[in-house]
Design a protein around this ligand. Sequence first.
Ligand code: SD4
Length: 316
Amino acid sequence: LASKPVVVSTWDSGVISNKAAWPVLHRGGRALDAVEAAGVAIENDINCCVGLGGNPDRDGFVTLDACIMDEKANCGSVAFLERIKHPVSVARKVMENSPHVMLVGSGAQQFALANGFTLESGTLSPDAEKTYREWLKKSEYKPVINIENQKPVRGTKGHGPFAPSFFDDGTPNHDTMGTIALDAAGNLSGMCTTSGMAFKLRGRLGDSPLIGAGLFVDGDIGAVTCSGQGEEVIRMAGSHTVVELMRQGLTPAEACKRAIERIVKRDPEKAKTFQVGFIALNKAGDVGAYAVQPGFSYTLTNAEQNGVLIKSLSYF
Ligand code: SD4
């Protein structure tokens, strides 16, 4: 589907992000502004996997990771950030108002406060509190392959007209949000925002705040982001790998597939136990995706497609 402007987000909760991003693109705005708006929208929503309402680490603290990147390889990232509502916007400030690319932990929080962000309460959302109490009974770290397919799915109301019920029950779900966009001027940008794997060790970072892993943009080639078991993405520099495959001439769909095959090949038995899904967009506006497991989806919005949910193909 080649057309511009276009915005693509991970999962079916991408309807929420695309709904926020599209008006920016539609009025001729920058892809960078569109993807930031996408991140802010999902961080405002109370859900399991993005923002302050997300599930905590094993010690009961919500720690947030996010990054953002534009067509000129300007990029910013925050990780292990606590009690700040919009990590994607802090990441953009790191990119624009600091000499650095990445800030973590208390330093990232200090930078956020110095840049006008508010310190929020550290209490868990009622749903996260409940989920955490349940988890404490066994305290086993066992990531669920597609947490967004688990019932009951909590959070999210009012995603409005952008929610065609592609899935049988029409359930809106959540997971790490990655958004990539191509604007009317032909420029690419992307962002990724998450509360990371639920019940992770304190201090654990996933792929999502890492430029080249959870997100990569090359203004001449394409933009890629992903979701799933971050450790498996980090070890093969996932999003960067997909961009490089596109540089070699593969379509976005082929490039995602090739990268997933590489992840599976490393340990085919282990691959049966985790999910990774990539979405990719090239400079022409072609979109593709591929995942290890069934159940990965993405949301596409352009002039013709009003936030349509698409099921990704998968290895298994
Ligand atoms: C992480 N990739 O922290 C994230 C989690 C995720 O869907 O994508 N969940 O590893």
